[in-house]
Ligand binder design. Structure first.
Ligand code: FPP
Length: 271
């Protein structure tokens, strides 16, 4: 949800007002997501780095805004069948914020439509560290329960059976969710900023210059429409690429020879 500060700056307003306007966008976008039956929408609301590097006054304001957003919107979330969840180092947030967050997730837990996940005090690298710690903790507990050493436990099944991509995915904060199909980045930023690094390995990326406070449901639909025209290949050749297409390709050695001939003739050509 990038661009709140710039949105405010363009209007000679304080950054806080940009965040306030950004919170308005959240509800519009989430309601559109719910209307089109999007199963999951995850919003990067507050990163670990935001928490560490922004002035205390801005962090405090964001915490207040989050609480008032939750208190003010739980009814609308229930009306729209939206369930509220969170990812991040939630335990490090102020206790009154954690209480309101828990209240909102409990109050919407029975909804079966869109799951709105807020990434709060979230950093993807620290999520991977937390996953590794949790895998290790589980293994130590199991070894303890079986009365053997960790080394013995790993020798029984082999390390491959104990640690693979599925284990890591399952221990991330998003273990119960599918990987995202589409990442939307607002305000024209062309970087990932420590967001779901593991999960977005094959996600499509849509970058818009629109600042988050100007982002509405219609812009979500525009991004999804753009996504629907793409061909996802997951490292393969894609559905439209057949064996006949492969046979029709010019052999690589011939292509290489043509390139060398062309480059050499250019070098030798009179200027
Ligand atoms: C990035 O914009 C945005 C944030 C750090 C905060 C996002 C928070 C909200 C939209 C409101 C609170 C959230 C909820 C769910 C109610 P920026 O400040 O970095 O903008 P800039 O890049 O233009 O300076």
């Amino acid at each position: 949800m990038d661009g709140n500060g710039r949105w405010a700056g363009k209007r000679s307003l304080k950054r806080f007002l940009g965040h306030q306007q950004g919170a308005e966008s959240v509800q519009f976008v989430v309601e559109t997501a719910s209307r089109i039956n999007l199963p999951f929408i995850t919003l990067y609301a507050f990163s670990l780095e935001n928490n560490l590097r922004r002035p205390k006054s801005e962090v405090n304001f964001l915490m207040k805004l989050l609480r008032s957003y939750l208190v003010g919107n739980v009814k609308r979330m229930n009306d729209n069948n939206v369930r509220m969840e969170y990812i991040g180092r939630i335990g490090e947030l102020p206790s009154e914020v954690q209480d309101t967050m828990q209240w909102a997730s409990e109050a919407t837990a029975r909804n079966t439509g869109t799951t709105l996940t807020l990434a709060l005090n979230y950093g993807s690298r620290s999520e991977i560290v937390d996953a590794a710690r949790s895998i290790l903790t589980d293994l130590i507990a199991e070894a303890h329960q079986r009365g053997c050493s960790l080394e013995d436990l790993l020798q029984v099944d082999g390390l491959e059976a104990r640690l693979d991509e599925h284990h890591i995915s399952d221990h991330l904060y998003t273990g119960h969710m599918p990987d995202p199909d589409l990442v939307i980045r607002t305000s024209g930023e062309q970087r990932i900023s420590n967001f779901l690094l593991w999960q977005i390995a094959y996600s499509e990326i849509f970058i818009t210059d629109r600042l988050w406070p100007d982002f509405r449901g219609i812009h979500l639909l525009e991004a999804i429409q753009n996504y629907q025209k793409r061909e996802r290949r997951f490292g393969g050749l894609g559905e439209t690429f057949t064996d006949e297409d492969l046979d029709a390709l010019e052999p690589a050695a011939e292509v290489a020879e043509e390139i060398v001939t062309e480059l050499t003739s250019k070098q030798l050509a009179p200027r």
